[in-house]
Write a protein that binds this ligand. Structure first.
Ligand code: FA5
Length: 349
């Protein structure tokens, strides 16, 4: 039996020395000290021994068990130390793990660019609600009830207020004009960036939800010449090019006279031709100009709705689509990309 003890001890010490991981060591511990181990079997046999034999075998078995336990503890310490050293080791020459960086949505970029150019020209930025009363969206800006102009901008009507006022999702940023004028006395110059909504079928240049930029300048002697000058300066700064602005007579109820305004094509510079050959320019289809928005001299009825005296002030207003401008700047061919949520589009900016 003494021989069994010695053999089991030596086998256990060899197995402990060979165990190079915490798992392997745990397995050795079970094999040599667990319920089915040779030691447990030897201890079970002790009761059959004579008192003399027991006196010899008992201490030997205890000594072997202690030796194994100490070897296990020492090996566990060695494995833990090796593991800690591995964990602390840093290869300072290894390439870094790339971190995915976010970017600004192209519309946010364009909006910030525009705001920067206008604030540098002394404009303040104004704001208004997206759910708007019928009064500010239509009545106050001279669009009478039953006037066909209300059909020009197909409208999402929403719940009437408890006070009985009809409400819309604003169809244009022109809705903020009278709100602002009621709170301020001219002279002032403001821009009104904002989201607007129209119930219309979507295609590559029309969305139901889009953004407009309104500019409103009111004072004693504001004229169309001021509008042309500011528009020319703004578009040239925005496109980093010498941009010409062209007016065409048009009708909007809130201005008189009213215009549609175009800018010289950002691709061909206004010639309507490609530079390499005489083929028509693809961006403006040979027109030389691109439609941008509507503008005009503020109608005196709008000033009166705001509480100003009729014919006391003059002003100009313009409104254009932010998406259309972003499409020109970044050569985006479909307006629906902006709200698609497709990160492949956004990642390019
Ligand atoms: C207006 O909304 C007028 N409030 C603009 C204005 C302001 C005129 C001040 C005079 C004085 P219009 O409906 O044309 O006008 O829209 C202006 C611009 O918004 C268009 O030139 C176009 O760039 C953009 N736009 C209009 N409808 C859509 C649409 N469905 N999707 C994307 N952009 C649109």
């Amino acid at each position: 039996m003494m021989q069994d003890i010695t053999q089991a001890k030596e086998a256990a010490l060899a197995a402990i020395a060979a165990a190079d991981s915490a798992d392997a060591l745990a397995e050795v511990r079970v094999r040599y000290l667990g319920k089915k181990s040779p030691f447990t079997a030897i201890l079970k046999q002790m009761k059959d021994l004579s008192p003399d034999e027991r006196r010899a075998v008992g201490p030997a078995a205890n000594e072997a068990k202690t030796a194994i336990q100490e070897a296990l503890a020492a090996q566990q310490e060695a494995i833990d130390a090796a593991h800690d050293a591995d964990a602390e080791w840093v290869d300072v020459t290894a390439p870094g793990t790339p971190v995915a960086r976010g970017s600004l949505h192209p519309l946010t970029r364009v909006q910030r660019d525009i705001e920067e150019i206008f604030t540098a020209m002394g404009f303040a930025i104004a704001d208004g609600p997206e759910v708007e009363t019928e009064f500010y969206n239509f009545d106050a800006v001279n669009v009478p009830t039953d006037h066909p102009a209300r059909d020009m901008q197909d409208t999402f009507w929403v719940q009437t207020t408890p006070a009985g006022e009809r409400q819309v999702l604003r169809t244009h940023t022109t809705s903020v004009q009278v709100r602002y004028m009621q709170q301020h006395t001219p002279p002032f110059r403001i821009i009104i960036p904002g989201r607007v909504f129209r119930q219309e079928a979507t295609d590559s240049t029309h969305d139901h939800t889009f953004h407009q930029f309104e500019a409103l300048v009111v004072g004693d002697d504001v004229s169309v010449a001021h509008f042309l000058d500011i528009a020319q300066k703004f578009f040239s700064a925005f496109f980093h090019a010498d941009i010409k602005v062209r007016l065409r007579p048009s009708y909007f109820p809130f201005v008189e006279p009213g215009f549609e305004f175009d800018i010289s094509c950002t691709k061909c510079g206004g010639s309507g031709r490609n530079s390499e050959d005489t083929a028509a320019c693809g961006a403006c289809k040979g027109n030389g100009y691109l439609e941008v928005g509507g503008a005009g001299m503020v109608h005196q009825n709008v000033f009166v709705a705001a509480g100003y005296e009729r014919d006391r002030y003059q002003g100009f207003a313009w409104g254009f689509g932010l998406e259309r401008l972003a499409m020109m700047k970044y050569k985006i061919d479909d307006i629906r990309h902006f709200h698609s949520g497709d990160v492949r589009v956004i990642r390019q900016f």
